[in-house]
Design a protein around this ligand. Structure first.
Ligand code: SF4
Length: 134
């Protein structure tokens, strides 16, 4: 209970091509020390990764009538533990053409404040029988 180190986590910093190997001493859920980083960004990365890991999410949405799915991504990283729920929301999403790259497909996904956006254009598709025109 007095700051004893419970765990040393090994991480690789992904902030630049150097890929420094970091050793993060964790005690009672708190980061005590970070070693192996060449710069301050490595320490920040290690602390974030241990305390609140974040990830970008990318996915594809099937568009009826389009040969290619629409690729989407979160505008910035979201908490790692929300990835699965985010992918489910993306999967349930109904998108109609046309879409421009950068258009918001899902605003404020899961209340994170982060939008899911299109990463390519989707041209206007011809209307198919039985399908609502967009
Ligand atoms: S610690 Fe600094 S130098 Fe090392 S990989 Fe991270 S950003 Fe690059």
């Amino acid at each position: 209970m007095n700051g004893q180190i419970n765990e040393i986590r090994e991480l690789i910093c992904v902030n630049c091509p150097m890929g420094c190997r970091l050793q993060v001493a964790v005690s009672q859920g708190q980061v005590k020390t970070v070693k192996g980083n060449v710069c301050a960004r490595g320490e920040r990365y290690a602390r974030d990764e241990v305390l609140r890991p974040m990830r970008m999410v990318t996915s594809l949405i099937v568009i009826p009538g389009s040969r290619e799915p629409l690729s989407v991504k979160t505008r910035t990283a979201i908490p790692k533990d929300l990835i699965f729920a985010c992918l489910q929301q993306i999967r349930a999403c109904k998108v109609s053409s046309p879409v421009r790259m950068g258009d918001v497909i899902l605003p404020n996904v899961l209340g994170t404040g982060v939008d899911v956006i299109a990463t390519r254009d989707l041209p206007e598709l011809p209307c198919h029988h039985g399908q609502e025109p967009s």
